[in-house]
Ligand binder design. Structure first.
Ligand SMILES: NC(=O)c1ccc[n+]([C@@H]2O[C@H](COP(=O)([O-])OP(=O)(O)OC[C@H]3O[C@@H](n4cnc5c(N)ncnc54)[C@H](OP(=O)(O)O)[C@@H]3O)[C@@H](O)[C@H]2O)c1
Length: 243
């Protein structure tokens, strides 16, 4: 896909991986809708950096736990940019929840933000995406190869996102390619201490953590070079899923 002049919505683009994806797409010539929920200042800085790279970029606020807010977000992006070519479902929550800590509220919140929001965003954008022969990229998780019982709701939400990626690839074919990018460690969760980080590093064959830029490079690759890739979930994890 030729990226120049296309419009991309990146959810959760104020910080970390989402920010790196937004910047990478701006540098590749996309106009960028920088979505945020709470990180308004960071989102405004991301948009300013995208503009400095020559892109049109604006910020959009939405609580993706709210399906109506998801639908409104797509409509606002279409009105603002006049087109909608690329949807990057990056926003997510990642909270510990063991079996004994199970709470229906936390479970449903994970599913709403990590699974239902990508579905509703695709649903609302489907006509524009088809017309643009566009792309959807879902941020999955390579850790699903070793499902963590400490993060039940998160793991299930991301497992279902893998399935959603595959079924949407079929539902939107042949017009729209749908791909999953599955990071291993892309940016350390802020609550991980040095000992936890060292322990996890030992299980990564490439012996380093990934970076947000590693993930952004993979997103760029599937968009720019992935015309024959759909329904695939690419692990970007330094080999972690094998060890
Ligand atoms: N980081 C990693 O090592 C890693 C590993 C495996 C998979 N992944 C996946 O890669 C993606 C990016 O990872 P990350 O670590 O950069 O993500 P993150 O920092 O945990 O979250 C990204 C953004 O999601 C947004 N978000 C959370 N709740 C929201 C809500 N209710 N409504 C709207 N937005 C909401 C937040 O936006 P605001 O700050 O604006 O509120 C947040 O900045 C995620 O899908 C994650 O599951 C990451």
């Amino acid at each position: 896909m030729q990226l120049s002049g296309k419009t991309a919505l990146v959810t959760g683009a104020g910080r970390r991986v989402g920010r790196a994806i937004a910047l990478r797409l701006a540098r590749a010539g996309c106009d960028v809708a920088v979505h945020f929920h709470k990180s308004q200042g960071a989102a405004e800085r991301t948009a300013a950096e995208c503009q400095a790279a020559g892109a049109r970029a604006s910020v959009f606020c939405a609580d993706l736990a709210d399906a109506e807010a998801c639908r409104r977000l797509v409509r606002e992006v279409v009105v603002h940019f006049g087109r909608f070519d690329i949807l990057i479902n990056n926003a997510s929550i990642f909270e510990a929840q063991s079996l004994d800590e199970f709470s229906l509220e936390d479970w449903e919140r994970h599913l709403r933000i990590n699974l239902t929001a990508p579905m509703v965003l695709v649903y609302e954008a489907r006509d524009a995406l088809r017309q643009a022969r566009g792309r959807v990229v879902n941020l999955c998780d390579a850790a699903n190869a070793h499902p963590w019982p400490t993060h039940l709701a998160y793991v299930v939400s991301k497992g279902a996102l893998d399935t959603l990626t595959q079924v949407l690839a079929r539902a939107l074919a042949p017009d729209v390619n749908v791909v999953g990018i599955a990071p291993g460690v892309a940016d350390w969760p802020e609550m991980y201490d040095a000992a936890t980080r060292a322990r996890l590093l030992e299980r990564i064959p490439l012996r380093r953590a990934g970076t947000p830029e590693d993930i952004a490079a993979a997103v760029h690759f599937v968009l720019a070079e992935g015309d024959y890739i759909t329904g695939a979930i690419l692990p970007i994890d330094g080999g972690r899923r094998l060890a």
